[in-house]
Design a protein around this ligand. Structure first.
Ligand SMILES: Nc1ncnc2c1ncn2[C@@H]1O[C@H](COP(=O)(O)OP(=O)(O)OP(=O)(O)O)[C@@H](O)[C@H]1O
Length: 598
């Protein structure tokens, strides 16, 4: 019940008064349907099956005037009225179906937009902890199932409204028979609670299977090269067969459950009618009219009682999906990074003096003893090049993520031009930074779109200038459609180096105040890398450049080199100065690379 109310609240939050208008329309249909049933009585009367003077059936008394009307006039009039009633009812029902579908689909979109918006604004820690495929699963399959649940809630309400009206009418016709039918229905719903429990369990399993399926398939498609090179196809196929078999069984179990509960209702209905008629005839010598009423009331009320059970089961199976979506929304809310700010209101920072990191401590897990950044104190001067080096796992990327405002210091301060970095300044800082990662991401669209996505106002010559800067102009010019060539999965595949150059061009096009390069030229040949180094050197004095580099030859012109080890700064100084300090980590790193080169 709690879930139904929650669903309703959500539907109401999205659709407002439309839900109530729909509920009203449902009541209207219920009344029209009831009127159609009532018309059966004069019809039957005119046909002579029932003697209208029979006592004990309340409404028949009131309709006795029909007997006065000659059948030649009454029959066509009643039939025409009946047809009009059905037409009216069908028209309202058609309208209602469209409206309900609009509510269902609108609700789906409302949930999609709300969840995605919350997701996009969650902080970096949230994304680090999540399995991406779980997010994809919730945003696709589970949200879809939730909207089906919302539709079932509307259906449930519709069934309840119809039932209430029909029960009301049935009560007027025969309170005792109706009470008996209702009692039977209540008993059956009570005993059928186990079906609801099982539906809920099936829903949970469905959610887990969906998550496992999408997670597994995503991982395997991402790692298809490893699968093929290690000939893992057979073992992956065993996994795939097994999970799809579980999904197949799951669906069959669900249908079996539904069919069984409906079977109980059908059998119960037949048995009850038979018993009732038997006793009515044998014990009370009932009239044919009353018997007809028993059958009429049963045949009208019973399917709606069964319908309520079916909607409840359907709702129960979607509850786990709905809960997963709501849980994700709540997690995103608690991990919210910023209040939504208008893009135009974010002002870029022009770094004047530099960035200071003061006693920064950071760890990924608060229960971990070890810090990924352990008392970091560095000054990054504006418009100079600072390089971070160190062994794998030393903390370089963690530090860059801190500068991007993705990681938040546990203690310590980040100072920008003498001012501590505040929450509101963070977006301005991010807007002033261009970040090029080692394995850069390109959108599945044309090169032009890729560039315009970050700088919508860039013109053709801006784009070519940026491409020339990153030594990408030539290869782009040689592509079949130049700037309009489609790249990515649905277009031309770029090599790792080409992708790096394109993303560097995209970064430069933004005219950032701070350029962050995380192993951004690692996939380039030495000749191209040297050209880019020269281009980067030309930016010195105009832009703050922060570089992470494994290949130490690429940072020879850095104004400052910071050596990290186990989250600590262990050396700092100019490249040549550090290179001279024997028995230091930097000297070791340099020597080892020189040996490997020779
Ligand atoms: N998402 C994460 N969750 C938990 N620990 C992490 C996470 N990312 C990094 N770490 C840990 O933080 C430490 C620093 O990692 P980081 O990626 O910053 O090193 P790095 O110097 O950039 O290494 P590399 O040169 O290999 O990229 C490592 O001990 C690593 O295991």
């Amino acid at each position: 019940m709690k879930t139904i109310i929650y669903f309703l609240k959500q539907i109401h939050a999205f659709s407002g008064k439309i839900v109530y208008i729909n509920l009203l329309a449902m009541t209207g249909i219920g009344l029209l349907e009831g009127a159609a049933v009532l018309l059966l009585i004069p019809l039957i009367s005119i046909s002579g099956i029932i003697d209208m003077s029979v006592k004990g059936i309340p409404l028949l008394d009131k309709l006795s005037f029909i007997e006065e009307i000659p059948p030649s006039v009454g029959l066509p009039a009643i039939l025409i009225f009946y047809v009009l009633l059905v037409i009216g009812q069908s028209l309202v029902r058609r309208q209602l179906t469209v409206k309900n579908t609009r509510i269902q689909m609108g609700f789906l979109r409302y949930m999609q937009v709300k969840t995605y918006q919350l997701l996009l604004h969650a902080n970096w820690q949230f994304f680090i902890k999540q399995r991406k495929s779980d997010l994809v699963n919730i945003l696709t399959a589970e949200i879809g199932r939730s909207s089906l649940g919302a539709y079932s809630v509307l259906q449930f309400i519709a069934s309840t409204v119809f039932s209430a009206i029909q029960i009301g009418l049935a009560f007027i016709l025969s309170p005792s028979i109706t009470a008996f039918v209702l009692l039977c229905g209540a008993v059956l719903i009570f005993f059928n609670r186990k079906f609801l429990k099982r539906s809920l369990a099936l829903g949970k399993r469905d959610y887990e299977l969906g998550r496992e399926y999408i997670g597994g398939v995503t991982d395997q498609m991402n790692g298809i090269k490893d699968i093929k090179s290690n000939t893992l196809e057979a073992s992956r196929m065993i996994w795939f067969r097994s999970i799809t078999k579980s999904m197949e069984d799951q669906q069959v179990n669900y249908k079996r459950l539904k069919a069984t509960s409906q079977l109980y209702y059908k059998v119960a209905s037949a048995v009850l009618i038979a018993v009732f008629i038997y006793f009515a005839l044998m014990m009370f010598q009932a009239q044919a009219a009353q018997l007809l009423l028993v059958v009429a009331i049963f045949s009208r009320i019973w399917p709606t009682v069964a319908g309520i059970q079916a909607s409840l089961e359907q709702i129960a199976t979607t509850v786990p999906s709905f809960k997963a979506v709501i849980a994700l929304q709540n997690d995103c809310r608690s991990a919210k990074e910023f209040e939504m700010i208008n893009e135009e209101d974010i002002v870029k920072i022009k770094l004047q003096h530099g960035i200071d990191l003061n006693h920064i401590y950071f760890r990924y897990d608060k229960n971990e003893h070890k810090y990924a950044l352990d008392d970091i104190n560095i000054a990054i001067p504006a418009n100079r090049m600072t390089a971070f080096v160190g062994r794998s796992g030393a903390g370089k990327s963690t530090l860059i993520d801190m500068l991007l405002g993705l990681n938040k210091p546990e203690t310590g301060q980040i100072i920008i031009d003498g001012e501590p970095l505040t929450h509101t300044q963070l977006l301005s800082l991010r807007k002033s930074i261009s970040y090029v990662p080692q394995d850069p991401f390109v959108f599945n669209t044309s090169i032009r779109e890729n560039l315009l996505l970050v700088v919508p106002e860039a013109n053709e010559s801006d784009m070519w200038e940026a491409l020339r800067f990153s030594s990408a102009a030539e290869f782009v010019r040689n592509l079949p459609d130049g700037l309009d060539t489609l790249i990515g999965d649905r277009g031309i595949k770029l090599s790792g180096g080409e992708r790096q150059r394109l993303v560097l061009a995209r970064a430069i096009l933004r005219k950032p105040s701070i350029l962050v390069l995380d192993e951004a030229t690692s996939a380039l040949d030495s000749e191209t890398e040297a050209i880019i180094q020269k281009a980067l050197d030309s930016l010195k004095g105009k832009m703050t450049i922060i570089v992470i580099a494994h290949r130490l030859s690429t940072i020879q012109n850095a104004d400052q080199v910071v050596v990290l080890d186990e989250g600590k700064v262990i050396q700092r100084g100019g490249f040549n100065e550090l290179a001279k300090r024997k028995e230091s980590t930097f000297y070791d790193l340099l020597n080892r690379q020189a040996q490997a080169f020779n």
